[in-house]
Ligand binder design. Structure first.
Ligand code: ASP
Ligand code: MG
Length: 441
């Protein structure tokens, strides 16, 4: 048994749905459970519709047109989608009357995207003569906490899913399950979502709980690449990465998989394969517990832009303990997440997402420290075997020095698979190109 996950762009229109259906049919013998995202940009369009409704306008024309046009082109009649669109309109009307939108309502609202896409795909597969059955996440026991917009799945999911899909696994059920990604229900039966991009987590959760042979996530590129091909055209596929490396890749900007999605499959050791829907024959990249051969010196290079650097220098606690505690307590208080850190006894430099509002935090930090904030920075991360850090850094810094580029901060993660460098945002692409050339010979 395998799990096959297709993201929004893979099911963006009738043509893409036909293509995905043909891929599913090609893997029929492997008994796939299929996990889908909402079609194309539907999630964004639903969020836009919600904002408009708060301001008094009910308009789902875009979402409605996409789904109706697609059904028409696929020559399927999907009354279940019509019903959902009616319900969605009621909901938006309610929001427009209340002029209020809670996180809980927002989750209910975006859930329509995934619920419509699984109905569309199941109907189309049936029409093509492949038995398929759609499931909303809660039909297979996806229970979460009530942390709306970023819910965590509960442990009982591990038992619920095999119970719900057991007959498919043992061959009694013939219909291929087509399951919504991204959504769940809490203990009270209220719809929740697992956070943007959460369908990856749905897929790995199902694969791990079902003890699948493999979890496949289908993209539009040849698996995981050595770096962003828009920055470096020589970027090439990486055949194998570890769960840990994949998680770091995702955290540091690679559009690979949702970082949280590695959690369930790491527990069971279920391999995750990233495949290219435009190049089915290519093996793609596989994510596993340990490298099968020697760990490569450098696996990939990623970059994250729009980063701010905060430099904090203690002015009254020289040598005293408690300085770092003071600093991090303020970050906790203001709920600001820190990405990369470098410290000495009396100073600490750290980076945060450039969109973060920092006024209150900085004011609090200034009680006891001198604080400077510099924006328009970028983090370039080497996903690598840090046990070779000296030789990697030798090559990296030699190349950067020749190009007259100064690194403003450097940090080696505790996981020993990443080395991050802070540079000016305007130089980030150059840095990635230079490092790619120097490290992938
Ligand atoms: N449709 C959701 C999103 O766009 C979930 C996903 O695609 O994974 O974030
Ligand atoms: Mg999406």
């Amino acid at each position: 048994m395998i799990v096959m996950k297709f993201g929004g762009s893979s099911v963006a229109n009738a043509e893409r749905i036909r293509h995905v259906a043909s891929i599913i049919q090609a893997y029929k013998e492997e008994r796939p459970v299929v996990v889908l995202s909402a079609m194309g940009d539907t999630t964004d369009h639903l969020l836009d519709a919600a904002d408009m409704a708060v301001n008094g306008t009910v308009d789902i024309a875009k979402v409605e047109k996409l789904h109706f046009d697609t059904a028409k082109e696929l020559e399927i009649d999907v009354p279940a989608i019509k019903e959902l669109l009616e319900e969605l309109k009621f909901l938006l009307t309610g929001i427009s009357m209340l002029h209020e939108l809670t996180k809980r309502t927002r989750d209910y609202l975006v859930s329509f995207g995934e619920r419509m896409s699984v109905r569309m795909m199941a109907a189309y597969l049936e029409k093509q003569g492949t038995s398929a059955k759609f499931y909303d996440a809660w039909d297979i026991g996806m229970v979460s906490d009530s942390n709306y917009m970023s819910a965590e799945l509960l442990d009982e999911v591990w038992d619920n899913i095999p119970k719900a899909l057991g007959d498919y696994k043992n061959g009694k059920q013939k219909e291929i399950p087509i399951v919504t990604g991204f959504i769940a229900k809490d203990k009270n039966g209220i719809i929740t979502t697992l956070g943007r991009g959460g369908s990856d987590l749905s897929a790995t959760m199902i694969g791990a709980a079902m003890k699948a042979d493999e979890i496949q996530t289908w993209k539009d590129v040849d698996g995981i690449l050595t770096t962003d091909p828009r920055i470096v055209k020589e970027a090439r596929p990486v055949p194998e990465v570890t769960y840990e490396e994949a998680q770091e890749l995702a955290m540091f900007g690679a559009q690979v998989l949702h970082p949280r999605s590695m959690i369930p499959c790491r527990k069971t050791g279920t391999p995750v394969r990233v495949k290219n829907s435009y190049n089915i024959k290519s093996a793609g990249s596989v994510i596993v517990e340990k490298h099968s051969g020697e760990t490569p010196r450098v696996t990939a290079i990623t970059s994250v832009k729009n980063v701010s650097l905060i430099d904090i220098q203690s002015n009254n606690m020289f040598g005293a303990c408690g300085f770092l505690a003071h600093v991090f307590n303020q970050f906790l208080k203001w709920n600001v997440s820190v990405d990369v850190i470098a410290t000495s006894e009396v100073s600490v430099s750290l980076t945060v997402n450039g969109k973060t509002k920092l006024e209150g935090l900085v004011e609090d930090l200034k009680r006891g420290a001198d604080v400077t904030v510099k924006s328009n920075k970028a983090i370039v991360t080497l996903i690598c075997d840090a046990s070779h850090s000296s030789s990697i850094l030798e090559d990296a810094f030699k190349a950067l020095h020749e190009a007259d580029i100064n690194v403003q901060m450097i940090s080696q993660g505790a996981s020993k698979v990443n080395i991050s460098m802070l540079v000016d945002e305007s130089q980030a692409n150059d840095v990635v190109q230079i490092l790619h050339k120097a490290l992938f010979k």
